[in-house]
Design a protein around this ligand. Structure first.
Ligand code: ZN
Length: 229
């Protein structure tokens, strides 16, 4: 694929699609291996348009939180991998353990099994993961719903991810988050920062970043792409 949004010495990234409330999915490549940051609606279609051999090269799907605009494409991706007869295991990381029950239901009730194993990992129980040289470190974010729609609007289990290659090259993905103390440190000297910049004006704490906050954070990184607008 030629039209990556960012290419470092080792890692590459393409924002397949990102719009608040609709879908967010970002593809990261280490050359021969692919990783998805979130998996919103239309992810399999977006992947098909890349002309990459993604059904074989995809190693892991890293979910930031359980909102449908970040997960609605997941079962469609798994269905396509099943059709392609994928054999290699697929890692799915999420801060929400309940996703594993839905994955099992999908596998056992709908399709009576899959030709590949789903290795589910609750990120809250693991400080880091290593996939063939790519180090994945989740970090907790602060993200909640609008209280007027969703009862208490309590904090969700939500994370962002730091992806670090063999050479130390680093991509930092914010997931969905409001501003929290120490957030700048996580983005400091990132080779690429993928930062949510949902709001034009503040709409309450611990929900999303404003563009102003996102730019403040973006200053920490060497390169930045603002998403979830
Ligand atoms: Zn969200």
């Amino acid at each position: 694929m030629k039209n990556w949004d960012w290419q470092g010495k080792e890692l590459k990234a393409k924002v397949l699609f990102s719009a608040k409330g609709l879908a967010t999915q970002v593809l990261v490549s280490t050359g021969e291996r692919l990783y998805l940051l979130d998996c919103g609606d239309g992810t399999s279609r977006d992947l098909a348009l890349t002309n990459l051999s993604w059904a074989e090269q995809l190693v892991a799907i890293l979910i930031s939180h359980d909102h449908p605009d970040h997960t609605a494409g997941l079962f469609a991706v798994l269905t396509y991998l099943r059709l392609r007869g994928r054999k290699k295991e697929l890692f799915i990381l999420s801060p929400d353990k309940n996703l594993n029950y839905r994955l099992r239901y999908f596998r056992d009730s709908l399709f009576a099994g899959l030709p590949f194993e789903i290795e589910f990992k609750a990120v809250t129980e693991n400080p880091q993961f290593c996939f063939s040289g790519l180090l994945v470190r989740p970090f907790a974010t602060v993200h909640r719903e609008r209280a007027e729609f969703f009862g208490t609007g309590g904090l969700l289990k939500a994370v962002g991810y730091v992806l670090q290659g063999r050479t130390g090259e680093r991509i930092v993905y914010s997931g969905d988050t409001g501003w929290f103390r120490g957030i700048e440190t996580i983005f400091k000297d990132a080779d690429l920062a993928l930062i949510e910049a949902t709001f034009d004006f503040p709409k309450g704490p611990e929900r999303h970043l404003t563009m102003k906050e996102a730019k403040e954070l973006g200053k920490q990184a060497k390169n930045v792409i603002y998403i979830h607008r």
